[in-house]
Design a protein around this ligand. Structure first.
Ligand code: SF4
Length: 413
């Protein structure tokens, strides 16, 4: 039985600009003794996924649904009080990003490790402190650390204290949220080795959150690649690293500098989308190097492109389009009004010519299905696109319209 199963998890929160779709239909599972690394750029929803699993939700949460099953029990059925008592720290604990922020500067380290035992198991202070000292020994620290304050410790020692805190209630699942991001490489290696050792001893299941693909490869049995609130590829590390299927995963791997060889690291153009207004269809399509007609090019994206080719905003050296006004009718239909004195048929011809000439370098034009005149206007229909689902087999699935059910590429894709 998996230690943790997450199914169709959704977590949106409200802002003045609209709902932020921080986690959108995320599913994965972790077996006891296994590590899954969740990897992606900043703002892709990794930490939000961890917070949603731990039910660390802000007051402005708008949607919180799905299943989080710990050891066969659906924790979503618990009230907040039950969740605090049965799940948080006892069943699933978390090592936060920055050790200094996770520790109270005015409380001795031993007491900070002991406190969860006093709260959750009603242990007397002395008994809890004895268990805390043992917990500190287990993470390679001397008992003496129990009497010290966090500012008296190095970064690596503080991170060990935080790990001791996370393990003191003997949880089944530990979420590691960028646990080594503030540490130098030697200390980082020590902490990773410590985590591996602790996992082996207690068959802990780790959910390892990181933007560092190289570091993830040190610890992960499985990898989940997140983009704009969704998992776009998931599979065993031994399959995903050597043969990534999703164009985003491929780009992420190519962006890691290599110690040897002549290949320079690649980069991903553009920035991740604003999660209050995610792109239609495949969320990666505005940045994808191999996007094609079915990827989700929308009327508003086409409008932005054609506006730049029209009137006073036309590019130098390029004949401006004779378009006066653009009106998106829905996601896949753009209505264009010609300039005074231009017949709709002439504007339609200009647009078709533009598509022929620039389709290869402007992928948004590939999204156009038809250009037709209707009355005094030109109507442009785009290919309606759905969000790609994860597809594939043999321990590797990716969400891309270029893949078949078996995870193979379509011919020509
Ligand atoms: S569906 Fe595939 S090809 Fe299309 S934009 Fe997304 S990742 Fe790129």
């Amino acid at each position: 039985m998996p230690a943790l199963e997450v199914e169709n998890l959704r977590y949106y929160y409200r802002t003045r600009r609209g709902a932020v779709k921080a986690v959108d239909d995320v599913s994965f599972s972790i077996e006891p003794g296994e590590t899954i690394a969740v990897v992606g750029e900043s703002g892709c929803g990794k930490t939000s996924t961890a917070n949603a699993i731990m039910r660390l939700l802000p007051r402005n949460v708008e949607t919180y649904e799905g299943r989080v099953v710990l050891d066969g029990q659906d924790t979503m059925a618990y009230s907040n009080e039950e969740f605090r008592h049965k799940v948080r720290w006892r069943g699933i604990s978390m090592v936060f990003q920055s050790a200094m922020n996770a520790l109270s500067p005015t409380t001795r380290c031993g007491f900070q490790v002991a406190e969860p035992l006093m709260v959750h198991y009603d242990l007397e202070k002395e008994e809890a402190l004895e268990a805390a000292r043992e917990g500190l020994r287990n993470v390679g620290l001397s008992e003496d650390v129990a009497k010290r304050y966090p500012h008296e410790l190095s970064g690596g020692m503080k991170q060990r204290v935080v790990i001791a805190m996370a393990l003191v209630l003997k949880p089944k699942v530990v979420i590691l949220d960028e646990p080594t991001s503030a540490l130098d490489v030697m200390t980082q290696a020590n902490i990773i080795n410590l985590l591996k050792g602790l996992q082996k001893e207690s068959r802990l299941a780790y959910l390892f959150i990181t933007h560092d693909l190289g570091l993830a490869s040190e610890l992960a049995d499985k990898v989940a690649i997140m983009y704009a609130g969704k998992i776009v590829e998931i599979g065993t590390a031994s399959r995903v690293y050597p043969a990534p299927q999703h164009p985003y995963t491929q780009k992420l791997i190519q962006s890691v500098p290599l110690l040897r060889g002549e290949v320079a690291p690649d980069f991903i153009p553009g920035v991740p989308p604003d999660l209050t207004s995610v792109p239609a269809g495949c969320r990666f399509h505005p940045r994808c190097p191999v996007s094609f007609k079915m990827c989700g090019w929308s009327a508003s994206e086409l409008q932005a492109f054609l506006e730049a080719r029209s009137g006073a905003t036309g590019q130098a050296g390029v004949k401006p389009l004779s378009a006066a006004k653009f009106e998106p009718k829905d996601s896949w239909k753009l209505v264009v009004k010609p300039k005074a004195g231009t017949a709709p048929a002439d504007l339609a011809s200009e647009i078709r010519a533009l598509v022929d000439v620039e389709r290869a370098k402007a992928p948004v034009l590939q999204g156009i299905e038809t250009v037709r005149e209707r009355g005094e206007r030109v109507v442009i229909d785009l290919y309606a696109a759905a969000v790609p689902e994860l597809m594939g087999a043999d321990g590797q699935r990716a969400a891309c319209w270029l893949l078949t059910e078996e995870g193979k590429r379509y011919a020509g894709g």
